[in-house]
Design a binder for this molecule. Structure first.
Ligand code: MEV
Length: 332
């Protein structure tokens, strides 16, 4: 009888930074949340004997044999690290297929999500439960490739799959809002690799250290107040903090005319506050809205040139169904 063909799949969400991007690279706190409306998926299936491990990341047009991939291939780096953690000595014969509908270089953590889905699927395939901290640490190695000197916030929020309070080098603190937060995310359609904007802020910091440090301190203060506002369900204050954070990101030179056009459109259509999210200079903006304003804000963003609009809700704990979404194993 032919052996049963087992297929293992796992998913990982996109992410947004609510408050504190860039300052987080310099040790200040930041708040991030998963976006389950766009996800990366990894599917692992047994392959013919002697074919080794092949990985095909369809949306980014990458296909390679793991045995032949160099250390400049981030997905190969995480696959090898995951296998090392799993104690797999001899490479099995497997085909791994990765898909994602998260915009690439759009500030939504597409690279971290692909790597996270891959790591989770590998652990599930070999029948091992894996803690989010372990997934995050493995994925951090691929983030270094995409981002240069990342704070680690993207891999952490994607691995935890719930809102986090994050300080570089410390354990992430998952936390929940007191009331649901509705966010409209607009993709500017302008690709902007995080590595470049992090590098631009680094150069600015080298030239104007005292001014940048003062801005980072102000952002840290906003992050503290934002956590309180989220935990108290005070959305008006949170909206104002988004606006204040945007002004400081503009001072750090990571905003752009396109992003500001979208932010302005969201505010005019009734958003409580809006800001760029992630590296900036392209990518996406987020707008905090009351549910009654979702349609008006989404329409205004589309009219102002958004390539894609995603509505997401960050739920209080009792709704926290997505946290640590398990990988699944079934017959293929
Ligand atoms: C990117 O999502 C967030 C940045 O702060 C970079 C990082 O923290 O590594 C811009």
């Amino acid at each position: 009888m032919a052996p049963e063909k087992q297929m293992t799949t796992a998913t990982a969400p996109g992410k947004i930074i609510l408050v504190g991007e860039h300052a987080v690279v310099y040790g200040r706190p930041a708040i991030a949340a998963p976006v389950w409306q766009c996800v990366a998926t990894a599917a692992i299936a047994p392959a013919p004997p002697a074919s080794g491990v092949t990985i095909s990341a369809v949306d980014i047009d990458r296909r390679f044999a793991l045995a032949e991939a160099g250390d400049d291939e981030p997905l190969a780096v995480v696959a090898r690290l995951a296998m090392k953690h799993l104690g797999v000595q001899n490479l099995p014969d497997l085909h791994i297929e990765l898909h994602s509908d998260i915009p690439i270089a759009g500030g939504l953590g597409s690279g971290a999500a692909l790597s996270t889905a891959l790591v989770r699927a590998l652990f599930a395939h070999f029948g091992q439960v894996v803690e989010p901290e372990v997934v995050s640490a493995i994925v951090y190695e691929s983030e270094r490739f995409y981002h240069g000197a990342p704070s680690g916030i993207d891999n952490t929020v994607v691995a935890f799959g719930q809102p986090i309070w994050f300080i570089k080098g410390k354990a992430a603190e998952p936390f929940w809002p007191a009331a649901p937060l509705t966010l409209v995310i607009a993709d500017s359609g302008v690709p902007s690799p995080t590595k470049e904007t992090v590098g631009a802020v680094r150069r600015l910091w080298e030239r104007e250290t005292a001014r940048c440090e003062a801005i980072f301190d102000e952002i840290a203060g906003l992050a503290q107040r934002a956590r309180l506002a989220i935990e108290q369900g005070d959305q008006r204050t949170l909206g104002q903090l988004f606006d204040a954070n945007q002004a400081l990101l503009e001072a750090l030179t990571v905003s752009s005319e396109t992003l500001e056009r979208l932010i302005d459109a969201a505010r005019r259509a009734g958003a409580l506050g809006a800001k760029l999210s992630g590296g900036g200079r392209g990518g996406n903006i987020i707008a905090l809205v009351e549910p009654a304003r979702i349609d008006a804000v989404s329409a205004a963003l589309r009219t102002s040139g958004a390539r894609r609009v995603i509505v997401t809700r960050i739920e209080p704990r009792s709704f926290g169904a997505h946290s640590h979404r398990p990988a699944t194993r079934g017959s293929g």
